[in-house]
Design a protein around this ligand. Structure first.
Ligand code: UDX
Length: 447
């Protein structure tokens, strides 16, 4: 099939590459000339495991092309996937200008039937706006042409996006047009050969499903984060509680990890947007408001612990920070808890030695201008001259570090762990003071 993907960012690029992998002819369109030039040279602008191979293989086979030329891109695909950004407006609602600009471009250049597929996360009712934008552009050309607008939200996890696309749990398609549904079924059939995982519904329900999924996941995390704080006070261990409840199939084991708060390009943005949709429609979403507030608080928990241990004034202190990306296997720093942690520590006078296995470049970009931050080249180098260590992201290489080196190198052997990577008893055996999230009860008493 001939497919156009508008937006060669995270969602668009993964979508385009994976669709090309199944034999489709895909053209990816983006306004960013630098990005398109990079992709044409076979360079991938984002860090996403496995994506480079899929892009390079399909580009070499001529099935995946990159362009900034709107007219030819619109002319190419019967299916036009829109995968552009929907950043939050000042008030938290999703900014639709890029989605609607993409729709207008399609209306301006189309000459035959198109299925316009909203892949970006957009508020309920956006498909109607996309439809209207296309209709207006067609009318301006004196045309009336057949087209469909369907909603097909993505559920890709950064760091596992290629795998998620190739082996989806489900594919949600919101469509009111039979021909469009048939084409969407055909596009996704190769990804679900053993089980039909396509869930077809009306457009509005599909748009809503994306927000509902992310809001539910964010809720689980904030819920566990609050319980972790309480567990410490009442002498329980949140890691045991997690196992104890996760074994109930109604609860399930995923997304129950207490930590330093959720970040990334989706949860914070989508929770805010859904709260906004609720308020706009006269349904205040009390649970979600609390989810967001709890997450904001959680991003400060590590700092509170440092202050409790070393005092409010951190002048003269140097703190090592392991993990800057919002989660492992990505270089994405959007809404990363590390940004809050570092800003708050620096505000109190601390110096930071920061390390991340992949996100150093991004971190330097987003933390530019924050004083007192030194970016170092390895996890051990971060410890040199540091008073204590903070762990903010659970990269695999932090899971079994040289504890003796940590003990010997830190001026005070204190580890503030925002991701519960270690066994408190083991830390104690190494002579390391260990402050994790919700785990005080797991420390053996001195008796
Ligand atoms: C998420 C959704 O999972 C995906 O379906 C959607 O399409 C986009 O948003 P992503 O943002 O890539 O994906 O990251 P995810 O792995 O879901 O993690 C989000 C945040 O939650 C991270 O900051 C992570 O550290 C945190 N998290 C996750 C926890 O704190 N505890 C957990 O148990 C799980």
């Amino acid at each position: 099939m001939k497919i156009t993907v508008v937006g060669a960012g995270y969602v668009g690029l993964v979508t385009g590459a994976c669709l090309a992998e199944m034999g489709n002819h895909v053209v990816c369109l983006d306004v960013d000339e630098r990005k398109i030039a990079m992709l044409q040279r076979g360079e991938i602008p984002i860090h996403e495991p496995g994506l480079d191979a899929v892009v390079q293989r399909n580009a070499a086979a001529g099935r995946l092309q990159f362009t900034t030329d709107v007219a030819s891109a619109v002319g190419h695909g019967t299916l036009q996937f829109i995968g552009v950004g929907t950043p939050p407006d000042e008030d938290g609602s999703a900014d639709l200008q890029y989605v609607l600009a993409a729709a207008r471009n399609i209306g301006r250049h189309m000459t035959d039937y198109k299925v316009i597929v909203d892949k970006s996360t957009v508020p309920v009712g956006t498909a109607d706006k996309v439809r209207a934008a296309v209709r207006e552009e067609l009318a301006a050309r004196g045309l009336s042409m057949d087209y469909a607008v369907v909603s097909n939200p993505e559920f890709l996890k950064e760091g596992a996006a290629v795998d998620d696309f190739m082996r989806p749990d489900r594919v949600v398609v919101g469509s009111d047009d039979e021909r469009a549904t048939l084409l969407m079924r055909a596009v996704y059939a190769p990804f679900m050969r053993n089980h039909d995982k396509l869930i077809v519904m009306d457009v509005r329900s599909a748009e809503f499903t994306k927000y509902a999924a992310n809001a539910m996941l964010a809720t689980r995390i904030s819920f566990m984060n609050e319980l972790a704080l309480l567990a410490e006070r009442v002498g329980a261990d949140i890691e045991l509680v997690r196992k104890g409840i996760g074994s109930d199939p109604r609860i399930g084991t995923h997304f129950l990890y207490a930590g330093a708060g959720y970040g990334g390009s989706c949860f914070p943005k989508d929770v805010k947007a859904l709260i906004h949709i609720g308020a706009d429609n006269g349904v205040p979403l009390q649970v979600l408001n609390a989810v967001e507030a709890a997450n904001e608080r959680q991003k400060h928990v590590l700092v509170e612990r440092v202050v409790a241990r070393f005092g409010e004034d951190l002048t003269g202190r140097t703190l090592a920070v392991w993990g800057l990306a919002f989660k492992p296997n990505t270089d994405d720093m959007r809404e990363a808890p590390s940004r809050v942690v570092i800003a708050e520590l620096v505000k109190r006078g601390a110096k930071i030695r920061a390390y991340d296995p992949v996100a150093m470049h991004e971190a330097q970009r987003v933390l530019e201008g924050v004083p007192g931050v030194t970016f170092v080249t390895g996890q051990q180098a971060a410890l040199e001259g540091a008073d204590a260590l903070l762990i903010v992201t659970e990269w695999k290489e932090f899971r079994n570090p040289d504890f003796e080196f940590i003990k010997a190198t830190l001026k005070q052997p204190v580890v503030f762990d925002g991701r519960n990577l270690y066994e408190p008893a083991l830390m104690k055996a190494f002579g390391i003071e260990y402050l994790a999230i919700g785990r005080a009860a797991a420390l053996p008493s001195d008796a």
